[in-house]
Design a protein around this ligand. Structure first.
Ligand code: ADP
Ligand code: MG
Ligand code: ZN
Length: 625
């Protein structure tokens, strides 16, 4: 806290006195009526309503926290007994009262005489002003702007020539992302060239990837390379106390940016404001977030018209939660994947950070890179620093390989909780599993050509992956191609069975997809001989390309339902047997490729194709009729 060196403020004492006064008065207002007022019987609201409808009520005062009302008197007496009840939110009440000709008014009768009512009108605003002043003074020390800039953007601006200038050389291991962003740098450097030709400059680029992979760093590097100002703000900063403040900030941020165009606006943690509105909170949703999001969309649509070259970069690690409106053309229509680095990438990142410390002669960065699969750039930067700290603690002049090894253990222990770093054993299982997919996929090419195998833990879901590339755009799939896909999906599990004789949970997603495919063959595409060319699902079904939701089943007899279940099971089991047969036949190749990938983590390109041509064919396992 920096209270000590705050300049004296003339508002401050006033603020405090008012606060205390206000506090006293609030207390008095709450307790006095209870202490000194007449005791009025309390009744339930429902009784009150009945009495109105029965015409028993003569007049009503509707207050903030209570309703007092008087019954009609007996005989000549106009007014009878007084009751009170607690108001509920009831828009019907005035109509009801009017229908019975009841006299009613909004304010309760003054209980404390005119001073009381005067005070109760005057004091609350004063309290508010007092609180306001109080906070004003507290925050005035921080910045020159004070409270009036309350809604002003807190965007930090880094301008070209900053000592902190970041370039692409500072970012390693994310080559694909860099290549994609180089184009953005060109746009920013010479927008005229693109505008003249009539090309539309992209407005929004979404950097997608797990935390610590260098998204923020890349955004800064784009600004650094292009030599343009960099405005940055984080989505979580938008989550403000007052509705409307977030939207005002967005407006202000873009106002500033437009003045300095060409420039970059970087929105970190976009998911904090860009959550899908459909999946948003319940009970009125989150007005604040929605307003902020709408303002962002408006601004993004607006600045192109103004002819300013402002490129909005945003980062998120949860793209699936984003509102689809954000991803439409003209908004964040470009997505750049910033993934965890592979072996080569990790080595380059280590080299960058190792330059900053004194290394001993025995340090082999390659070995460190090999031992750190799943580490993101930030983890590696942290690792080098930890190692240097260890060396310094042991009063050594340089950092030794042993320091790195110990640091890895420390970082891993920390990481184990928040993300996945595979143990050696798990890594081995993943390797065989993925190679299993690849070998079956090579034999059964209905799912496309196997283009890449990786055991670098990627994204949020996969421990490793096998990439199949369709050889051409496909709109129709044949039955045998779907069977190929089912077999390929089961290749991972089959490899685990063949090699380890046991299975892990790693195939859950594969099984899900294989079962879905098989079910659709039977119930949607009419590919089952037993069940015939009938659609057992209702409504329009997406074609095989979309993984649309399953539609509700038609009414089917128990027998049919049983037959469907059997067919689905046979198809999946058929794929399973096929995969097992292929892998048993190619047991040695499975071993060779798995050992290779354990070393390099990624196999692709020509190397992979050469290996896959060695697959020995097997007879097709009999397809269940
Ligand atoms: P993100 O925004 O993706 O969460 P950051 O860009 O904030 O990650 O990364 C945090 C720090 O980690 C960076 O400042 C940098 O020091 C280091 N870092 C992360 N990724 C890389 C990378 N690919 N190359 C070099 N340093 C990196
Ligand atoms: Mg970041
Ligand atoms: Zn798998």
């Amino acid at each position: 806290m920096s209270i000590k060196n705050k300049p004296p403020s003339r508002f401050r004492p006033l603020g405090n006195i008012l606060l205390i006064l206000g506090g006293l008065f609030l207390l008095a207002n709450i307790f006095l009526p209870q202490l000194f007022g007449p005791s009025i019987p309390q009744v339930p609201y429902s009784l009150f309503i009945h009495q109105i409808d029965d015409g028993d009520v003569s007049r009503v005062y509707v207050g903030q926290n209570e309703i007092r009302y008087q019954l009609k008197g007996e005989g000549e007496n106009q007014y009878g007994q007084i009751f009170q009840t607690t108001p509920i939110f009831d828009l019907e009440l005035p109509k009801r009262l009017e229908a019975q000709g009841v006299e009613f008014a909004a304010a309760p009768p003054a209980k404390n005489g005119w001073i009381g009512s005067l005070l109760s009108w005057v004091i609350p605003p004063l309290i508010f002003v007092g609180i306001w002043q109080f906070f004003l003074n507290r925050s005035a020390g921080g910045g020159p702007a004070g409270a009036l800039s309350f809604t002003k953007s807190k965007a930090k601006v880094y301008v070209e020539g900053d000592a902190t200038k970041v370039t692409f050389n500072d970012v390693a291991g994310v080559e694909e992302a860099k290549t994609e962003l180089e184009e953005i740098v060109e746009f920013l450097k010479s927008p005229q060239r693109y505008i003249q030709i009539g090309a539309r400059i992209p407005k929004g680029v979404l950097l997608v990837g797990p935390p610590g992979t260098g998204k923020t760093l890349l955004a800064k590097a784009v600004a650094g390379e292009a030599g343009v100002p960099f405005f940055s703000i984080s989505g979580s900063e938008f989550v403000e106390l007052f509705v409307g403040a977030g939207a005002a900030r967005v407006r202000d941020l873009f106002e500033q940016a437009k003045k300095q165009a060409p420039c970059i606006v970087f929105i970190d943690e976009l998911d904090a404001i860009g959550k899908s509105r459909a999946s948003g909170g319940f009970m009125g949703g989150n007005d604040e977030r929605e307003q902020t999001l709408n303002q962002l969309l408006t601004e993004m649509d607006g600045f192109a018209a103004a002819g300013a070259t402002v490129i909005v970069l945003a980062a998120t690690n949860r793209p699936e939660t984003l509102d689809p409106a954000l991803l439409r053309p003209g908004r964040f229509d470009r997505q750049v994947l910033v993934d965890r680095p592979d072996l080569g990438g990790r080595l380059k990142i280590l080299e960058i950070y190792a330059q900053k410390v004194k290394l001993g002669n025995d340090v082999a960065l390659k070995e460190i890179a090999t031992r750190t699969p799943g580490f993101a750039g930030a983890d590696l930067a942290n690792l080098v620093n930890e190692a240097a700290l260890l060396a310094a603690r042991n009063k050594r002049e340089t950092v030794a390989q042993a320091d790195f090894k110990e640091a890895i253990e420390r970082v891993v222990a920390g990481l184990e909780k928040k993300s996945r770093v595979l143990s050696d054993k798990e890594k081995t299982i993943v390797a065989y599993h993925e190679v299993g997919h690849a070998l079956v996929g090579a034999m059964m090419p209905g799912g496309g050509k196997v283009a890449k195998i990786s055991i670098v833990p990627r994204g949020m879901a996969a421990l490793g992956y096998t990439l199949q590339m369709p050889t051409e755009d496909r709109f129709l799939l044949s039955e045998s191609e779907i069977r190929d896909q089912v077999a390929t999906l089961l290749g991972g599990r089959a490899a685990e069975e063949v090699v380890f004789g046991s299975i892990t949970t790693g195939a859950a997603n594969d099984l899900q997809r294989a079962t879905d495919l098989a079910e659709r063959m039977v119930t949607t595409y009419g590919m089952s001989k037993i069940l015939g060319p009938l659609a057992y699902e209702k409504g329009q079904q997406n074609n095989f390309i979309g993984d649309g939701m399953m539609n509700p089943r038609r009414m089917v007899s128990d027998d049919t339902a049983k037959a469907i279940d059997n067919e689905v099971k046979e198809i999946v089991e058929g794929g399973h047997q096929q995969a097992l047969a292929i892998l048993r036949q190619n047991r040695e190749l499975l071993e060779t490729i798995a050992q290779k990938i354990l070393e390099t983590e990624v196999i692709e390109g020509e190397e992979l194709q050469n290996l896959l041509t060695q697959v020995k064919p097997v007879d097709k396992v009999a397809v269940p009729a």
